[in-house]
Design a protein around this ligand. Structure first.
Ligand code: URA
Length: 434
């Protein structure tokens, strides 16, 4: 096999076949495939698509270009993945909940991408906490605490790292087959036996419509199952931030509130319970997702999940008694500027991409891969869809490092939260696959 043969098949619209895709994945990691060939490959796949079997073959071949973890623990090893959104810190609730229920949750997580936040950046808002741990340390924390939310490390799926960078430069990110293989090769390398996928659709998600989200969810579940991992996807709403805050320390504060005083009616808590419930059912620990979610709520209410979170934070180098007095450990921005509604009405639409970009410009996200994040900045109290407001009522509060940064963000935030007629907010979960 060689690259021109694979590329000629793609150009002719002939299915490349599983062996060719496996060869290409290995060539990406070894360097046998050049950047030009990788770009042509990504464009060819974008234009002609992949069958389910080809997507699964590419996923596994990309997974196998790097380290693949295996586990021997006295309980099920479970994982979750979100396709990305705003105010979405559910991993930081789900991981300790699973640990408190006797499961193991080694969550290899990511950093912020585009306008969306990253779990590792949120956790690293705590002074001293490092998520780039060795495999030996990861194994020790998972065995001891039950959960570890850490970085994937450079040796996980190196073929994806190379192809992703080239897709970014060649306008070929947007291919269902390539997105599926890219997401799953990293997740499957974590070695979980069951995986819940939170596939987001809406204004603040990469998939803008429910149909797009459903189609990605089907592809992800099919490829994960073909790889021998029990998988299910929830299609969830991202027409507004999931939690009331968007940023790093501010979202961590929301997580700590769920862990210390859970309110199942809050969207962050409700989705965390739903995802944990599905995973517990997938793993056979509960007969169905509802009973799994009830068990998850119990360990939140008893404080057992909070204890696991505190132990994980300490094991990763963070403060020892975080849960006793979280405010003491969370960095705070020096400037807080409320954004007031200009007119009366109801919150009718939220431009999630605009809000995410505001947070990134305040310093809470990366405009370039090597940008250093300011964990303190972001938005809190973002009014949810359907909320009635009078002129002057707060729509959100901007947290900034400087007055001038907050002033610069003010009108964008106001414009991103549109006021209109009354209407109920969308449901949190639109569907489940399968
Ligand atoms: N996240 C990934 O890891 N890969 C993609 O292709 C898209 C989102």
């Amino acid at each position: 096999m060689d690259a021109p043969t694979v590329l000629a098949r793609l150009r002719a619209g002939t299915p490349p076949g599983e062996a060719a895709l496996q060869w290409f994945a290995r060539g990406l990691a070894s360097g046998v495939v050049s950047d030009a060939q990788a770009g042509a490959f990504a464009m060819g796949v974008c234009l002609s698509g992949l069958t389910d079997a080809e997507t699964a073959a590419l996923t596994l071949a990309m997974r196998d270009t790097g380290r693949v973890l295996d586990w021997d623990l006295p309980g099920p090893v479970l994982d979750k993945h979100s396709t990305g959104g705003l105010g979405d810190a559910t991993s930081l609730v789900v991981a300790p909940v699973l640990a408190a229920l006797g499961c193991y949750a080694p969550f290899l997580s990511g950093r912020g991408l585009g306008h969306t936040g990253g779990t590792l950046d949120k956790l690293e808002a705590l002074e001293g906490l490092r998520t780039d741990v060795s495999e030996a340390r990861l194994r020790a924390i998972v065995a001891d605490v039950g959960c570890a939310v850490v970085g994937a490390g450079g040796d996980i799926a190196p073929a994806d790292r190379r192809l992703y960078a080239i897709r970014d430069e060649t306008a070929t990110v947007d291919s269902p087959g390539l997105i599926t293989a890219s997401i799953l090769c990293k997740k499957l390398a974590g070695g979980a036996e069951a995986l819940i996928l939170d596939v987001k659709g809406g204004s603040g998600a990469f998939m803008k419509t429910r149909a797009e989200a459903e189609s990605l969810a089907r592809a992800l579940v099919a490829a994960a199952q073909a790889a021998g991992c029990r998988a299910r996807a929830l299609i969830t709403d991202m027409n507004q931030p999931l939690g009331p805050s968007v940023g790093n320390a501010v979202e961590l504060a929301d997580v700590l509130e769920v862990l210390r005083a859970p309110r199942p009616e809050s969207r962050l808590c409700a989705l965390s319970l739903a995802l944990a419930g599905e995973l517990l059912a997938l793993a056979g620990r509960h007969s169905d997702a509802k009973s799994g979610a009830r068990a998850a709520l119990e360990v939140l209410q008893s404080g057992a999940a909070a204890e696991k979170f505190g132990a994980m934070v300490q094991a990763l180098g963070g403060p020892a008694r975080l849960l006793d007095d979280p405010a003491r450990h969370l960095p705070r921005a020096p400037v807080c500027l409320p954004v007031a509604a200009a007119v009366a009405g109801h919150v009718a639409a939220i431009d999630g991409v605009a809000l995410g970009q505001v947070v990134a410009r305040l310093g809470g996200g990366r405009l370039r891969a090597d940008d250093v994040i300011d964990p303190r900045v972001g938005l809190t109290g973002v009014a949810s869809l359907g909320t009635a407001v009078a002129p002057g009522d707060p729509l959100a509060v901007i947290h900034a490092a400087r007055d001038s940064d907050a002033e610069a963000a003010l009108e964008t935030v106001r414009a991103a939260i549109q006021i209109g007629g009354p209407g109920a907010g969308p449901p949190l979960v639109h569907g489940r696959i399968p």
